[in-house]
Design a protein around this ligand. Structure first.
Ligand code: 5GP
Length: 351
């Protein structure tokens, strides 16, 4: 057994120090990024905020709203749409902004192949971004799976995760990922830290993984733990190239979720993708060898996502103005974090 004594930080442990700036207004800030990927020949140009591949967040309706927003935001659609619906969706507007999500079991590969085939037959738009996603990105078979998909689809952008340390970020990039997804345990409806004791404070995970990725011309996507627009700014300030959001985008008109009315207020239920609710809905219950690592929360219905997006992107632009970053790219170079806590006291989040 070993104990690492270095302090590791979460979003709540820091603030961004303001810096002298020549920027007069947040309107002068460009929060789009342009990326060339390590492996894929595709390029990305847009605001690098991604809706998480969760029920209630990574929906077709969300993708349509993001497309309407027009700033190049993207959505990782959840894994549970049937292939026919995905093929149909891809032949309509709104699909430019989509990451196709898959896990690593045989039926994920079969589904991907059938979607690819269906799209080819339609001779329309094809998939250009994949999000290969497992709770624990540390297993050898996962890294091998990423290599297999890279071999098969050399031109597609591959995001893969989740991990929280530099060495596994490097491994996934070397195996063919363009973007490594970072975060184990910080999610708003995640109970991994409680159930397993495993995790890593998210701000430090981003700093360490981004450093490793950028050394190999790879990118990272901070995934989980952002609860307010300032956390999104901190994630980019820490060096993340993309930021993925679940809870902050849940509970909207685009969630494709049932709205329940109670005492004049409207609510939507939001659950983790390995919660009991998700497993009951999609897998016919929790398998006997595993425990649920997600929970269900009830949140107030928040209306159209466009107002929330305006808050998030406005906050990000404002953060850039405070530190004199004319572009989002400059934000991490202009970021100095000030530590505001002495110790990590609530590692399990809000409850
Ligand atoms: P949030 O933005 O809500 O804090 O975090 C979103 C992320 O939480 C997702 O992108 C995903 O990585 C993670 N997540 C979603 N559902 C679950 C779950 O049931 N268990 C765990 N451990 N993580 C989850």
């Amino acid at each position: 057994m070993r104990i690492e004594q270095d302090v590791k930080l979460d979003f709540k442990d820091v603030l961004i120090r303001p810096k002298r700036s020549t920027l007069a207004s947040r309107q002068d800030v460009d929060i789009r990024r342009e990326f060339k990927f390590k492996w894929s020949k595709n390029t990305f140009h847009g605001v690098p905020v991604v809706a998480a591949n969760m029920d209630g967040v990574g929906t077709f309706e969300m993708a349509r709203a993001f497309e309407e927003n027009g700033q190049g935001l993207t959505v990782a659609i959840h894994k549970h749409y049937p292939p026919e619906e995905i093929i149909e969706f891809f032949s309509q507007e709104g699909a430019n902004s989509v990451w196709y999500s898959l896990g690593v079991v045989e039926r994920d590969v079969e589904k991907l192949e059938s979607v690819m085939k269906g799209l080819k037959n339609k001779k329309g738009r094809t998939l250009d971004k994949l999000c290969i996603d497992v709770a624990n990105g540390y297993s050898e078979p996962f890294a091998e799976f990423v290599a297999k998909i890279r071999d098969k689809y050399p031109d597609i952008v591959i995001m893969a995760g989740n991990v929280v340390t530099g060495e596994m970020t490097e491994q996934l990039l070397l195996n063919g990922a363009d973007v490594v997804k970072v975060g184990i345990g910080p999610g708003s409806v995640c109970t991994t830290r409680k159930m397993t004791g495993v995790g890593y404070p998210q701000l430090s995970a981003i700093i360490e993984c981004a450093d490793s990725a950028h050394g190999l011309s790879g990118l990272v996507c901070a995934d989980g733990g952002c609860t307010v627009p300032g956390d999104v700014a901190k994630a980019f300030g820490a060096g993340s190239d993309f930021v993925m959001l679940g809870g902050m985008l849940a509970g909207h008109a685009q969630s494709e979720a049932d709205i329940v009315e109670e005492s004049g207020d409207r609510y939507v239920s939001f659950y983790g993708m390995s919660s009991e609710d998700a497993m009951n809905k999609h897998a016919g219950g929790v398998a006997s060898y595993r425990a649920s690592e997600g929970k269900t929360v009830r949140i107030k219905f928040r209306g159209d996502v466009k107002d929330t997006l305006q808050d998030i992107l406005g906050g990000l632009r404002s953060a850039c103005t405070y530190v004199g970053a004319k572009t989002l790219k400059q934000l991490s170079k202009r970021t100095t974090f000030v530590r505001v806590t002495q110790q990590i006291n609530n590692i399990f989040g809000s409850d």
